[in-house]
Design a protein around this ligand. Structure first.
Ligand code: PGA
Length: 239
């Protein structure tokens, strides 16, 4: 694991954003794995600024996203599909034919197989961006007794519901989601994980210094050979 500690989320957004701009310019047909949540937004803002300044084009990239809620329509303002459109895809020249998402309202087994094949058909994910939950989850892989492989349907924990229900104002937050499994995430060629804020400090410590255990799903990243972890000073405070 390569660990980079920067001052705050803006410095991290600039560093990660520039990494993606350079990567896309060097590999215009790359396959990128995107994440939702508050953490990657400064990175996405940086990419959008670079696009507006004609420093990068996303028109040939292919994308996959980590997870999606069940039981809400794709077009609902709290879906992750909507989040990506609002925060990145709708602001750049991405080709929606090359944007793939887990469908939270499909038969999970068939959808998991479809997603695995779609990723494999593109040659795998070149770079996957990740956040981390306060409980050590990556994507929606919550602490459990085993590491999962391909995409699956998860019952969200109270910790995740507490963290995310503030975004839901017209409907109750769903209690189920579909998520890429730990195996699918680990097959990404490169992984960039970002953690900011003191609420992530315990999970960051367990991920980096603790044992590899499904009780802290992010700890599996210790076994990946190309992971870069960007932390702000608050998230790195317990290292
Ligand atoms: P956040 O979520 O970026 O909104 O903190 C990260 C995560 O739960 O993976």
């Amino acid at each position: 694991m390569e660990i980079k500690i920067l001052k705050d989320e803006n410095e991290i957004g600039a560093a990660c954003g520039q990494f993606f701009v350079d990567y896309i310019n060097a590999n215009p047909k790359c396959v990128l794995g995107f994440a939702t949540g508050a953490t990657p937004v400064p990175t996405y803002n940086y990419i959008v600024d670079a696009y507006n300044n004609k420093k990068v084009s996303l028109k040939e990239i292919s994308t996959f996203n980590l997870d999606e809620y069940c039981d809400i329509p794709k077009e609902h303002k709290n879906s992750y599909w909507y989040f990506m459109r609002e925060n990145l895809f709708g602001k750049v020249d991405v080709n929606y034919d090359n944007v793939d998402f887990l469908n939270g309202n499909a038969d999970t087994e068939a959808e998991s197989a479809r997603y695995a094949k779609a990723i494999a058909d593109k040659g795998g994910i070149d770079v996957q961006i990740l956040g981390i939950g306060r409980n050590g989850h990556i994507a929606f892989n919550e602490p459990s007794d085993e590491f999962t492989d391909e995409a699956w349907k998860v019952t969200l924990t109270q910790s995740t519901i507490d963290a995310n229900s503030k975004y839901f104002d017209d409907i109750p937050m769903p209690h189920y989601a579909v998520t890429m499994g730990i195996g699918s995430i680990m097959r990404s060629k490169k992984i960039i994980l970002i953690a900011t804020g003191d609420s992530k400090a315990e999970a960051v410590k367990a991920m980096i210094k603790g044992p590899v255990t499904p009780q802290c799903p992010a700890s599996i990243l210790q076994q990946h050979n190309d992971v870069v972890i960007y932390l702000d000073e608050a998230a790195a405070a317990l290292l």
